[in-house]
Design a protein around this ligand. Structure first.
Ligand code: ATP
Length: 330
């Protein structure tokens, strides 16, 4: 492999709080190791459209506390085709980029994996997504901040729920994964947590509402967006006619879960992963994702991170049920 002189960094897919801390760490670690750094704006779209900017230490100062991504992110159909990736490769060559750090989710890593198989350019991935759904790492950047946002929002919803004695179905993000739902549900004391990994979640909510009919208290039912019934509106539509005695409301937390200043934990994780990505490239590593397992940095082959499924911890599911109002569903 050619001696490393210049690297590029970009963010791709959905934005997540802490991406800026990762950009900053990659830039600073690279410069402090004698490398030059370019930022690619708007992900693979910018790679194809030649949207490159130089990054120095000052460019990334004052961004660690900012949500979103200063490099912006995008989704690119063109990059899914060989011709798009060829254009992107030509631009990387034009800018004399020797290696690339991609901050994103499994889609972004699939693109990186494909491109490095077709062309002579090494990629290292940093997991950045609020969903925490990537295999090979305990945490992805943005997850902790999103959890805190959800907990703060649900605490507020609980104030109004208890004042009116209402039942709230609150929908949280996570796509096909229940990491945000199970963790935030435990943290805010949700009475029921509905996750996509388990079947018959509607029965869990139904049996809770039957039990609840005997007393008269407000409740929070947390619904992960990817459950088989659809989402919080669909669940409420099924259950409202069955329980006419209850005042049922729906709240979709939506995009507020992606925004905001990153938590201290996300900033530290992003900084560690950013520096580790540069170190890996300097060690001539390629096609790996930087992960964090038991608080240690690990290297995970990109194709493993993409293809393998990360399960939600059974012990967390059992914990949620063991401390629920009426215990595990009967
Ligand atoms: P998030 O988890 O937040 O959605 P992501 O990285 O999974 O992030 P995607 O939209 O799936 O987000 O992927 C980002 C971009 O990566 C796509 O717009 C596309 O350009 C590229 N990409 C995704 N999958 C592939 C693939 N199989 N081949 C080539 N490029 C891909």
């Amino acid at each position: 492999m050619k001696k490393l002189q210049r690297i590029a960094v970009f963010t791709s897919g959905g934005d997540a709080p802490g991406m800026n801390a990762a950009i900053r760490a990659v830039t600073r670690a690279a410069i402090n190791n004698g490398l030059e750094v370019l930022g690619i704006c708007q992900g693979y779209k910018g790679m194809i459209e030649d949207n490159f900017i130089p990054l120095n230490s000052q460019h990334v100062s004052g961004i660690i506390q900012k949500g979103g991504t200063i490099l912006q992110t995008a989704r690119s159909k063109e990059f899914r085709e060989y011709e798009g990736r060829e254009k992107a490769y030509r631009n990387l060559r034009e800018h004399q980029v020797d290696a690339v750090v991609v901050i994103g989710g499994d889609g972004s890593f699939s693109g990186a994996n494909e491109m490095s198989a077709e062309f002579d350019i090494p990629f290292v991935g940093i997991p950045g997504t609020i969903d925490n759904d990537l295999y090979g790492t305990d945490y992805t950047i943005g997850f902790d901040t999103a959890l805190n946002t959800v907990v703060e929002a649900v605490d507020k919803i609980r104030d109004t729920a208890s004042s009116h004695n209402r039942i709230f179905f609150v929908e949280v993000m996570g796509r096909e994964a229940g990491f945000v739902a199970i963790n935030s549900g435990i943290a805010c004391g949700a009475e029921v947590i509905m996750i996509p990994e388990e079947a018959n979640q509607i029965d869990k909510a139904r049996s809770f509402l039957k039990e609840r009919a005997r007393n008269n208290k407000s409740s929070i039912i947390l619904v992960a967006e990817g459950i088989e019934e659809g989402g919080a509106y669909e669940v409420a539509e099924i259950l409202t006619p069955e329980f006419p005695q209850f005042e049922i409301r729906v709240s979709i937390l939506g995009h507020i879960q992606r925004g905001g200043s990153p938590s201290a934990k996300d900033r530290v994780i992003a900084s560690r992963m950013g520096a580790a990505a540069v170190e890996a490239l300097m060690d001539q590593q390629k096609s790996i994702m930087i992960g964090l397992v038991n608080d240690e940095i690990v290297h995970v082959p990109l194709n493993k991170a993409i293809k393998m499924h990360k399960p939600v911890s059974k012990s967390l599911i059992q914990l949620a049920e063991s401390i629920a109002t009426f215990g595990p569903p009967k």
